[in-house]
Design a binder for this molecule. Structure first.
Ligand code: DO4
Ligand code: MG
Length: 287
């Protein structure tokens, strides 16, 4: 089962449920469900959703009639870095005196965790992601995103794009927040898949395709199983000495990095696919 936030007409955002093989979204408003973060707090939300999926009283809307929105309400978005060997190599290539830091963190017990986005700044599928106007080397980072409730329970998965400015990040490690946090730097969506676990997710592949004027200019893929650290370890560090009253989303790092001569341009289209979840599509604008 998959969940979304969506808009239908000019009404306020609603929560929708998509069951397998259906082209219609079940509007959960009439069941009293108005927020995703609140639903994911419920102990038995999966059983409740299974029941609701068979409720003939709930309105069903064709996918073509709704606009999908970012799948977060008030959850903070965090990210973990250098979880794939490919990311470690890319970081070491782009930086000079910071290279050893990446080398060390890949093997260290404590992962690299960083704040990525306030929920209101996250963009959903169909919206635009940004490249900084003061950066020269910009890339998307396709990442599996773990969705946690406030108790730290892994309640779902979505797709994330950790937009990054490699020249700023590579110049000095202390510039990481500027390379990673700016307007439209984080995309999530299109759906949150629920009822799956780490074992299932590790069998998935994440793919990216970047198109320019309708032509593919970069494509790549990686198995999720190449993430070095267990999800429970990432969760433990994220929730250590820190509470998330509305839950949190954690991007799990990138394993796909374009060649060093590639940079995004205004107007590029980025499509990130995890077949079990869907495709997150965003156009690039300069911010
Ligand atoms: O410090 C660099 C962050 C790396 C990152 O975002 C990733 O590996 O995905
Ligand atoms: Mg990343």
């Amino acid at each position: 089962m998959k969940l979304c936030r969506f808009r239908h007409g000019d009404a306020r955002p609603r929560v929708g449920l998509l069951t397998e093989y259906s082209r219609q979204v079940i509007d959960l408003t009439r069941a009293g469900i108005e927020r995703l973060d609140e639903l994911l707090e419920e102990k038995n939300f999966l059983a409740r959703l299974t029941k609701l999926s068979a409720d003939p009283e709930l309105p069903r809307l064709p996918l073509g009639d709704i606009a999908l929105l970012r799948p977060v309400d008030e959850q903070e978005v965090w990210a973990v870095g250098v979880t794939y060997l490919r990311s470690k190599a890319a970081r070491m290539e782009e930086s000079d005196f910071s290279a050893t830091a990446y080398d060390r963190v890949y093997d260290a017990p404590r992962p690299e965790l960083f704040f990525k986005s306030q929920p209101q700044k996250v963009v959903g599928t169909g919206d635009s992601v940004g490249i900084r106007r003061d950066a020269k080397w910009n890339v998307p980072e396709p990442e599996l995103a773990l969705v946690f409730n406030s108790r730290g329970t892994l309640v779902g998965f979505t797709i994330g794009n950790d937009m990054s400015s490699r020249d700023i990040e590579g110049e000095n490690l202390l510039y990481l927040p500027q390379a990673k946090i700016y307007d439209r730097a984080c995309a999530l969506g299109p759906w949150i898949i629920v009822g799956e676990n780490e074992k299932a997710a590790r069998a998935w592949t994440i793919k990216i395709r970047i198109s320019r004027a309708g032509k593919e200019v970069f494509g790549g893929a990686t198995k999720i199983d190449r993430i070095k650290r267990p999800f429970a370890q990432l969760r433990d560090y994220l929730f250590r000495s820190q509470t998330f009253p509305r839950g949190a989303v954690l991007l799990t790092g990138t394993g796909v990095v374009p060649d060093d001569n590639f940079t995004l341009r205004r107007g590029d289209e980025i499509a990130i696919m995890v077949p079990a979840i869907g495709t997150l599509v965003n156009m690039v604008v300069v911010v």
